[in-house]
Ligand binder design. Structure first.
Ligand code: SF4
Length: 259
């Protein structure tokens, strides 16, 4: 974690690290030492994930983990199951290029959340396939192997709100910090986890929409995500840095990407 404080060059005010956006000092965007450290750690993480061959069944797959996964300043992290064959494994952008991605975009748009405000990763960073080439769920051992990358991503980005998409992602968090939650009972509620707000919801795949959690229920779940974001915003409202302005948007939530 990078909780702490420092004094800016321009003023003598002390600003909590966790509240800092790219600093605007006298109209300039400046990169502070915290951001440099964050960038360095992220670059190393991308490199380590990119060269990982831990899972025997995924030696010829590439991890979907790069700057395309989202903003390091994001305060909301979504965690999916694994890249899909026709989606992220092909586009290198989580939840894009397939129907799950279209559904996901529709759901976050329903609460006024933009991709530039979030970071998306998954329990397994490589695309698991059956012998015939179809998508499959990552094995428990594969999720365990990949938990080191999930742990490091959470530490670097330090999201205030974590949203798990499906049971595999919720289970994966147990490797980072134990919890007793299961998707059926915990979905659509805000929980405390690892000093963050955790909202377990269902996966946006067409199969889940057709059989487990239909459109209306999923849209309702995203309203709970919005509530968690608002809860986080309320908790920092009194200590916000003057440069870190929320920009209200018509029909949606205030911008929370750098809150
Ligand atoms: S799924 Fe994760 S642990 Fe397994 S090979 Fe890919 S990057 Fe490595």
């Amino acid at each position: 974690m990078f909780e702490g404080s420092f004094s800016t060059n321009a003023t003598t005010s002390i600003v909590p690290f966790s509240l800092l956006a790219p600093l605007c000092l006298g109209g300039e965007i400046k990169v502070n030492s915290h951001q440099k450290t964050e960038n360095k750690l992220f670059t190393q993480l991308v490199s380590d994930a990119g060269s990982c061959k831990l899972c025997p069944a995924m030696c010829d797959r590439a991890a979907v983990f790069s700057a395309l996964n989202g903003s390091l300043a994001a305060r909301v992290m979504f965690i999916g199951e694994a890249p899909g064959r026709k989606g992220a494994d092909r586009t290198h952008v989580p939840f894009s290029g397939d129907q799950s991605g279209k559904n996901f975009d529709r759901f976050i748009a329903s609460i006024g959340l933009g991709r530039e405000e979030i970071f998306i990763t998954s329990a397994a960073l490589c695309n698991p396939r059956t012998d015939s080439g179809a998508n499959r769920k990552p094995a428990k051992s594969e999720v365990a192997n990949c938990s080191q990358f999930l742990r490091r991503a959470i530490e670097i980005i330090d999201p205030r709100v974590v949203v798990t998409l499906g049971s595999v992602a919720l289970e994966a968090l147990k490797k980072i910090k134990w919890h007793e939650l299961n998707l059926k009972e915990a979905s659509g509620k805000v929980h405390d986890w690892d000093d963050r707000l955790l909202v377990p919801i269902y996966h946006p795949s067409p199969q889940v929409l057709a059989s487990h959690r239909r459109e209306a229920a999923q849209l309702q779940d995203y309203q709970i995500v919005a509530q968690a974001i608002e809860q986080h915003r309320s908790s920092i409202a009194l200590s916000r840095h003057p440069c870190d302005k929320a920009v209200p948007r018509v029909g949606g939530l205030p911008s929370i990407g750098t809150a």
